[in-house]
Write a protein that binds this ligand. Structure first.
Ligand code: DOR
Ligand code: ZN
Length: 350
């Protein structure tokens, strides 16, 4: 349900879902979980904790900790994701496939990003696991970057697409695949070419920014993420894809908190925190693209359809009213600088 006119001042849509989020654990959950719950009905919870969430049982335990962190009045349905290992068992795959609390299994090429050293390096090494996933209908969620250290950081996604993914799609025609946080025009073209069987999430930060924003006028560590922001032509391709209304593209924020000290230092961590304003930031982008009428499709319908779940019944209303998020949030003894800290945001949740 969407209301819109040429200069919309209000838009109502079914409650959106965020199919890619990092909550972390412990003292961070109060902040991260409630920011998400204020905006989203369901979230796909990434498993790159220390130690990672590998088994079905660990997924359920983590889910309980997340639900315990919900403040009174907030609701959220966390959909759990297991971290693909060479040892991932068929039993865990079967249990997760039958459980509405689980979304899929995440493939992080070993060492490619935050807390991913325990992953596998090549999908060729886990064909029996992929076979079980295909058979049981459990989706494979992919961090699509080449882990090889000699591949240029800006080429890692394109190289991954060339090297690793096509053989898997051919060998497992029934496997559901999501390319997470796509960041290049090559990935957009790739997903379009396989649109009947693969999906892709797109973050707010990859839609809002390109590498000039991050590096062109002073280094902005809070814009540093993986996959790294690319040149403006890629940003344009992503904006076109997200606002196209095509079913294969859907919302996944990849909101990923790191302590201020871990971002503003000599070897800063990758990750942008956007949970505090996620749907509002997407609304800004869609408005700039004259596509507010496509926001509900992208944020509330496409992802649910891909995963075979019903859209949320509830609605949210966004109003064109500016507000300024905090310069930083405090979670226990960690300070987190969100994206757009202290800068005006044009849409607000009513
Ligand atoms: O920027 C990122 N941060 N990309 C990822 O893939 C992981 C995430 C994190 O967990 O910090
Ligand atoms: Zn992520």
């Amino acid at each position: 349900m969407t209301t819109q006119n040429a200069q919309a001042t209000s838009i109502t849509l079914r409650k959106p879902d965020d199919f890619h989020i990092h909550f972390r654990d412990g003292q961070l959950l109060d902040l991260t979980v409630n920011h998400a719950a204020e905006r989203f009905g369901r979230v796909g919870v990434m498993p790159n904790l220390i130690p990672p969430v590998i088994t079905y049982a660990e997924g359920l335990e983590y889910r309980s900790r997340i639900l315990n962190a919900l403040r009174d009045g907030n609701t959220l349905d966390p959909l759990m994701i297991m971290f693909l290992q060479k040892t991932t068992s068929v039993e865990c795959i079967k249990s997760a496939a039958q459980s509405p609390e689980f979304l899929g299994i995440k493939y992080y090429p070993s060492g490619v990003t935050t807390n991913s050293s325990s992953g596998v390096s090549n999908l060729k090494d886990v064909y029996t696991i992929l076979e079980a996933m295909e058979k049981n209908g459990l989706p494979l969620l992919i961090h699509g970057e080449s882990p090889a250290k000699n591949v240029d950081v800006f080429d890692r996604e394109a190289r991954f697409l060339e090297d690793q993914i096509e053989p898997v799609l051919k060998d497992f025609p029934g496997l559901k695949v999501v390319m997470e946080h796509i960041s290049t025009s090559q990935a957009v073209d790739f997903v379009n070419a396989y649109e009947d069987r693969i999906g892709a999430t797109i973050t707010a930060h990859h839609l809002m920014y390109n590498r000039n924003d991050m590096l062109g006028d002073g280094i902005k560590p809070h814009m540093y993420c993986k996959p790294i922001l690319k040149r403006a032509t890629h940003q344009d391709a992503l904006r076109k894809a997200a606002t196209s209304g095509k079913a294969c593209f859907f919302l996944g924020t990849d909101s990923a908190p790191h302590g201020k000290g871990q971002k503003e230092c000599s070897s800063g961590c990758a990750g942008c925190y956007t949970s505090h304003a996620a749907i509002e930031l997407y609304a800004e982008v869609f408005e700039q693209e004259n596509a507010l009428d496509k926001l509900e499709q992208f944020a509330s319908l496409n992802g649910a359809a891909f995963y075979g779940i019903k859209p949320n019944e509830e609605t949210i209303t966004l109003v064109k009213e500016s507000w300024t998020p905090e310069a930083q949030f405090t979670a226990g003894d960690v300070n987190i600088v969100p994206l757009r800290a202290g800068e005006e945001i044009l849409w607000k949740i009513k």
